[in-house]
Design a protein around this ligand. Structure first.
Ligand code: SF4
Ligand code: SF4
Length: 77
């Protein structure tokens, strides 16, 4: 099953990944980081398809996507 790791200390809370995720499983936390930003988190990991769009969208490279086994591809890139 795919998995996503978000480094909250590199997240600046821009919400681009939240808007980009085709599964709508990313959202912003209610807590802030030491830098004072709300950070992105995944609220429904079981629905992640490992498309990597969130990681490609993040301007701060704060997201890593791990896939094990089947990966569903939505776009060619
Ligand atoms: S890998 Fe795709 S489905 Fe999974 S959180 Fe990122 S954008 Fe959403
Ligand atoms: S795109 Fe990156 S910096 Fe922006 S909210 Fe998502 S993880 Fe944070």
């Amino acid at each position: 099953m795919p998995g996503v790791t978000i480094d909250k200390n590199h997240c600046k809370g821009c919400e681009l990944c939240v808007q980009a995720c085709p599964q709508h499983i990313l959202s912003m936390s209610r807590e802030i980081t030491l830098r004072g930003y709300f950070y992105a988190r995944m609220h429904d990991p079981s629905r992640c398809i490992g498309c990597r769009i969130c990681a490609l969208t993040c301007p701060d490279a704060a997201i890593e996507v791990h896939t094990h086994g089947t990966q569903f591809v939505l776009f060619d890139y």
